[in-house]
Design a protein. Structure first.
Lengths: 112, 348
């Protein structure tokens, strides 16, 4: 009797496709698509951070404080509603957005 | 502070409540039940007075939680937490069936691990334990086989289907151990290793947190809070005996801690009767006491040849001893309203 192999156990470390030899073609194609998507996700994250830096600059120019919990709460709420619309588990997406907000806060204090 | 909602609250109403609380710089932690939802609020609670919480649509009541631990507190969850371990949730902690983890103190080699695993599985254990990195009091004692042991655990899991539990001792090991183990154990001596607690909190693996040698129940719960704050809700608490002046036993099993913990927290609570007593003949009576007092499971040391064990041989049960323990445990389980996994009679 063999226990089914979870993806995290073996294949995920070979994310760059090297030890993919054993994997069936359909799985390889899916992983390749995910790798592409991950690249785009990180590009989008980088763009978000760039915008956050500019937000920092704009706030300073207007004499506004960087920290804005009410706005952060609104952003998370919006993401949560969107997640639901897309059939995603809202809690997980909220967690991701709290992390993004952390990134964004730091970027705002760096600022252009 | 917790906000209890009225039954059938809508997603939009819940989102609104959360936004109003988070706009004050606090964080919310939601527990959904069939009828009600609990919104736990963490942060500067005084600020909540600025919001007329009871006026928000969907709010039924607001209750202060004056304990230092929040996420771990029973009030923060609608239902008791059930921790799922292993591929396809092969084992559950906190359900009606008692979760029994059994196996050798240390992984000493392939054959002894294989023999242990089949023996405990046959007797009805749901998970296999085996130490790869051992926290020995003496630097001259056997320190464990490290990564080789992890690989063996994974191999034996594939053969037997038993999810594996193993201790991680250092933040630098967490990623490695998480690759191989289904449940990460934080040992008693590391219960207040806050960096380690945070690190295992960041990983998507259930954590078995052992009570420290001289830790209070409150300190144990705060340690669990460290893990949960990082986002890992799958924490299993383990009472394994505490240090007292009594030298007749290795530690003193704090039986009262079981009902105390179950009242204070929604997390599952298991007991280690092997380390508590420190001797093989004490394992059964302490196991019975644990189950009778309401424990959600046990973790028991089993070795194919305890006389030759490289660590903790004195308290390890031989396979026949473990099988007998499981048989004799049945009436205690029933009296406590729990069930035991039936022994697997076939070899495969």
């Amino acid at each position: 009797m063999t226990a089914p192999e979870g993806g995290w156990r073996q294949g995920e470390r070979a994310a760059d496709g090297e030890a993919e030899r054993g994997a069936p073609p359909e799985l390889q194609a899916l992983r390749s698509a995910i790798a592409d998507l991950d690249r785009r996700l990180v590009e989008l994250l980088a763009e978000r951070v760039r915008l956050a830096r500019r937000v920092g600059g704009a706030k300073r120019a207007a004499g506004l404080p960087t920290l804005d919990p009410a706005r952060e709460a609104a952003v998370v709420r919006r993401a949560s509603a969107l997640a639901r619309e897309h059939g995603l588990e809202p809690e997980a997406v909220r967690g991701i957005f709290w992390h993004l907000i952390g990134l964004s806060r730091r970027a705002q204090t760096e600022g252009p | 502070m917790i906000i209890v909602t009225r039954p059938g609250i809508s997603d939009a109403e819940l989102d609104h409540i959360r936004e109003r609380v988070e706009a004050l710089g606090m964080r919310t932690h939601v527990s959904r039940g069939e009828q009600r939802t609990i919104v736990g609020c963490i942060g500067e609670e005084e600020r909540l007075q600025e919001v007329a919480l009871l006026r928000l649509p969907g709010v039924e009541s607001v209750l202060p939680v004056t304990k230092p631990f929040k996420l771990v507190a029973r009030e923060f969850a609608v239902d008791r937490t059930i921790v799922r371990a292993g591929d396809g949730a092969a084992a559950l902690f906190g359900g009606r069936e008692l979760a029994v983890i059994a196996g050798p103190c240390s992984v000493e080699g392939a054959e002894m691990l294989r023999a242990s695993a089949w023996a405990v599985r046959r007797a009805g254990a749901g998970l296999l334990r085996g130490g790869a990195f051992k926290p020995r009091t003496s630097p001259y004692a056997f320190q464990g086989l490290g990564k080789a042991a992890l690989e063996l655990l994974a191999e034996i899991r594939a053969e037997t289907g038993l999810p594996v539990v193993t201790e991680v001792m250092d933040t630098r090991q967490v990623e490695l151990v998480a690759e191989y183990a289904d449940v990460l154990q934080v040992g008693a001596r590391n219960m207040q290793n806050f960096a380690l607690l945070s690190e295992v909190g960041r990983v998507q693996r259930p954590v078995l947190l052992k009570r420290g040698l001289a830790a209070t129940v409150k300190e144990l719960l705060m340690a669990a809070e460290y893990i949960m704050v990082q986002g890992n809700r799958d924490v299993i608490l383990c009472e394994r005996g505490i240090r007292t002046y009594e030298t007749a036993t290795r530690n003193t099993l704090d039986v009262a801690a079981i009902p105390v913990l179950k009242a204070e927290t929604h997390l599952p609570v298991i007991v280690d009767p092997s380390h508590a007593g420190g001797r093989a003949e004490l394992v059964a009576p302490l196991a019975f006491a644990a189950v009778a007092a309401g424990a959600d499971g046990l973790i028991v040391e089993v070795h194919p040849d305890p006389e030759r064990a490289l660590s903790d041989g004195d308290q390890s049960l031989a396979p026949e001893g473990f099988a007998e323990l499981m048989r004799r445990l049945a009436p205690f389980a029933e009296a406590a309203g729990r069930t035991l996994r039936a022994p697997a009679l076939e070899a495969a």
